[in-house]
Write a protein that binds this ligand. Structure first.
Ligand code: AMP
Ligand code: TRP
Length: 338
């Protein structure tokens, strides 16, 4: 087998299922912005993934625009990055089918996210929810992406992507798909729920107080941080002092990520402080960083035609990369073209 070198290229995506929350921003979007300009960057709004669970058609298009508005408001520049929505590039679904035939049922059965989401009632969930990691592999490999920035919860799916690439290359005796590296770095790859530091912050928690939505106004952001669960101890002197203090750890990680410093820097600055001092400082920092983004999102959402134009343009550019790779895949597999 030859040793092809692949041009560095970033791919990542976010599902338009409900609004964006702080975990999406710190664990994904902010890091997407950091990689822009360093190599070619392709960022997708993965609407085909969203419908693995029921989405109201009237809301799906709007949720797709809202994720795109979040990308733009946070600093992704459509002239520097390709920004598009998945369903406008049909090659995703086509390569997804090929990968359904490469991935093994045993591999899918090990995906912890499916087990967590489907729980006891797996039989009532869609086949799409079960198969979706193979579609995610197609999203990534359709661009021969070498780097995939994601939150910690997606690590297993990027590892599956590597397994699919390896098995495809092995079965067809080619060196066609790269082994993608997951990029999971910085202090906020797993932002936790503000009411329970052992649960991940997500779009779909029971109470709105558990999460910061990217559309929350300054008053709401401040209120949620001031009411966030902490513990009875003051802030520790060192990060080691955060062990077994999940809520404290989370608030310090959020502060560090928002301010582009390390948790050790935050602990050094606030050593021994009471929560009554730290939480208002965190709330002020969060408002200073997030309010301009939510303001810009609202401005962009007032002109949906412009967002649609950007996504349409990005889709055309995405197709230019994806279609030749799909055609080559079909040739490798032996699909007849006449
Ligand atoms: P999703 O909203 O599930 O489509 O997730 C989109 C991206 O945001 C993925 O890279 C996730 O890993 C990341 N993400 C979602 N929630 C969190 C969280 N609580 N902490 C860190 N990253 C997250
Ligand atoms: N599965 C990811 C999530 O739920 C979203 C996603 C779909 C993705 N395709 C992707 C992330 C490709 C990175 C690369 O968060």
């Amino acid at each position: 087998m030859t040793n092809t070198t692949f041009t560095p290229r970033v791919f990542s995506g976010i599902k338009p299922s409900g609004g964006l929350q702080l975990g999406n921003y710190l664990g994904a979007i902010k890091r997407f912005v950091g990689m822009q300009g360093q190599m070619e960057t392709v960022y997708c709004v993965v609407d085909m993934h969203a419908i693995t669970v029921w989405q109201d058609p009237a809301e799906l298009a709007n949720a797709t625009r809202e994720v795109a508005a979040g990308y733009l408001a946070a600093g992704l520049d459509p002239t520097q990055s390709i920004l598009f929505n998945q369903s406008q590039v049909s090659a995703h679904a086509e390569l997804g089918w090929i990968f359904n035939c490469v991935a093994r049922v045993g591999w899918m059965n090990r995906m912890t996210q499916f087990k967590d989401k489907a729980g006891e009632n797996a039989e009532k969930h869609s086949l799409g929810l079960y198969a979706y990691p193979a579609l995610m592999a197609a999203d990534i490999l359709l661009y021969h992406a070498t780097h995939v920035p994601v939150g910690e919860d997606q690590k297993q799916h990027v590892e599956l992507t590597r397994d699919i690439a390896k098995k495809f290359n092995h079965d067809y005796k080619v060196d066609f798909f790269p082994e993608t590296t997951p990029v999971i770095d910085g202090p906020a790859t797993r932002v936790m729920n503000l009411r329970d530091g052992t649960k991940k912050m997500s779009k779909s928690g029971e109470s709105d107080m558990e999460r910061i939505n990217m559309t929350d106004d300054a008053d709401k952001i401040a209120k949620k941080f001031k009411k966030a669960k902490s513990d009875a101890e003051p802030l520790p002197e060192t990060v080691e002092g955060l062990a077994d203090r999940p809520e404290a750890r989370n608030l310090i990680d959020i502060y560090a990520a928002l301010n582009d410093v390390t948790p050790a820097d935050v602990v050094a600055e606030y050593a021994g402080a009471q929560w009554g001092k730290f939480k208002p400082a965190l709330a002020d920092l969060a408002v200073a960083k997030l309010a301009p983004i939510s303001g810009e999102m609202a401005r962009l959402m007032a002109d949906p035609a412009e967002i649609d134009r950007i996504l349409g343009d990005g889709s055309a550019r995405a197709r230019e990369i994806a279609e030749p790779i799909l055609r080559k895949t079909y040739d490798i597999v032996g699909m007849l073209r006449s």
